[in-house]
Design a protein around this ligand. Sequence first.
Ligand SMILES: [Zn+2]
Length: 200
Amino acid sequence: MKALLMSGGLDSSALAHWLRPEICVTIDYGQIAAKGEFAASSALCSAMGLEHRRIAVDLSSLGSGSMTDRPSAPGAAAAEFWPYRNQMLITLAAMMLMPEGVTEIMVGAVSTDRHADGKAAFFRAMNRVLSIQEGGIHVTAPARHISTPELLRKSAFPYDLIGLTFSCHVHEFACGQCGGCLKHRECVDAVYHRMHEQLV
Ligand SMILES: [Zn+2]
């Protein structure tokens, strides 16, 4: 049984549409945008007919960067960098889902992810850490070799659902100005507006 870590952003939403995991899980770990991520993921799963779960664990006192109210940690390549975040999210999902028989946790990393916890070596290592433990869960990042626009095209993600997606890092409603919102707009422009121009 497959599960997907879902933030409601373009990457995880497109993966949900493409691979239709049995369970999509959204984690409120104390990030500022948690309510927006949950609302988007919940609406998207409902529209796509997928099961949606929520985990809530307040780790806000341990975070840093723009997804919190504290300055970025040294070495941050982007404002939203939260040290060791992905290994924590994968572990929390595994804790909840292993007893239910989940054997694979998918993560929505893409080729443009800049931090070490979005790259191949990290996913190989996390896969090894989880798969040697009870439950033998595997960790995969099916879109790791492609960009967000390529993923949107490959997954045939419907334009009608774009309005439900949410990528903001700094507010529970899309601010339109942070790195997450700007990347969201760029990718949607690149895929759907070009498609629209071709049709006109
Ligand atoms: Zn924003």
